[in-house]
Write a protein that binds this ligand. Structure first.
Ligand code: GLY
Length: 293
């Protein structure tokens, strides 16, 4: 099929502080992720496949709060949330699932079945097992950094640095995906914005796609990703990102970030936190950074 759009992918590694010592590692991790997604787009693959592949790279990278390296609950466990959505409004999501390294792929499988949009906790784990995914042994997803954060008393550390990806493929299809360990020191069973369609992510074939990061309880209240995608009717991806974050901060006092791609292959990224690692890749090459500008 002749291409109708210029493929592009944008990924982020979470709205957070990001010490100078981790700056380069986080940018390199985002570049690897964008590269994994763009390889799929460059051979004519789908935006959905590209987002899943990009998020899987971030889930494997201990620098990010998703999959391996997730922050811990107050009981010292890993419980993850993830989602994936395409512009035809197909979506799959899992919440509060223990010990999964690649929850985005379980979410993808749920999207493909079309039976439900969101499964949580043991029910999500049952589905994952039925589909051939195996939970990791209890401590295999705990990185040295998450253990250290836990031991230093993460109840004071409320960071919620999700990962995410948004892509446009050559056929003009858009998609987005998210994955997170949630908020450090969260209660067992807590679900944030990341697996919630409209809040943590949104994709609309007519407009574009968004993926959010930050304080889930605030993002949920303003349904931030749908808010941002709706702005694409009138505004650029960058302006939509800035308006969505400003709305969330103004209405809730929360903190966070967002990435977007629109149908014209323009990307946007913005955060209210000190930093948010991101990378964009297209046929023009890869660009990455940690600040807004
Ligand atoms: N944004 C991730 C969370 O609040 O769980």
């Amino acid at each position: 099929m002749a291409p109708v759009a210029t493929p592009v992918i944008i990924v982020h590694g979470g709205a957070a502080t990001v010490d100078d010592s981790r700056r380069e590692l986080c940018m390199a991790g985002c570049e690897r992720s964008a590269n994994a997604g763009f390889e799929i787009l460059a051979r004519g693959g789908s935006a959905l496949d590209a987002c899943e592949a990009a998020v899987r790279v971030l889930e494997d990278d201990p620098e990010f709060n998703a999959g391996y390296g997730s922050v811990l609950t107050r009981l010292g466990h890993v419980e993850v949330d993830a989602a994936i959505m395409d512009g035809d409004l197909r979506a799959g999501a899992v919440g509060a699932v223990p010990w999964l390294r690649h929850p985005v792929s379980v979410a993808r499988r749920l999207l493909e079945t079309g039976e439900h949009v969101l499964l949580v906790a043991d029910g999500a784990l049952d589905f994952a097992r039925e589909q051939g995914f195996f939970g990791e042994p209890p401590h295999a997803l705990i990185s040295a950094r998450s253990r250290d954060r836990f031991e230093r008393g993460q109840k004071k550390d409320k960071s919620a640095d999700t990962v995410g990806a948004c892509a446009l493929d050559a056929q003009g299809r858009v998609a987005s995906a998210t994955s997170t360990g949630g908020i450090a020191g969260k209660r067992r069973g807590r679900v944030g914005d990341s697996p919630i369609v409209g809040a943590g992510l949104y994709a609309d074939r007519a407009l574009g796609a968004a993926a959010a990061t930050g304080h889930g309880e605030s993002i949920l209240r303003v349904v931030m990703s749908k808010f941002a995608v709706d702005r694409l009717r009138e505004d650029s991806a960058q302006a939509a990102a800035e308006m969505a974050i400003d709305e969330m901060v103004r209405r809730t006092g929360g903190e966070g970030g967002i990435i977007l791609v629109d149908k014209q292959a323009r990307t946007g990224h913005y955060c209210s936190t000190p930093r948010m690692p991101w990378a964009v890749q297209s046929s023009a090459g890869v660009q990455s950074g940690v600040e807004n500008s």
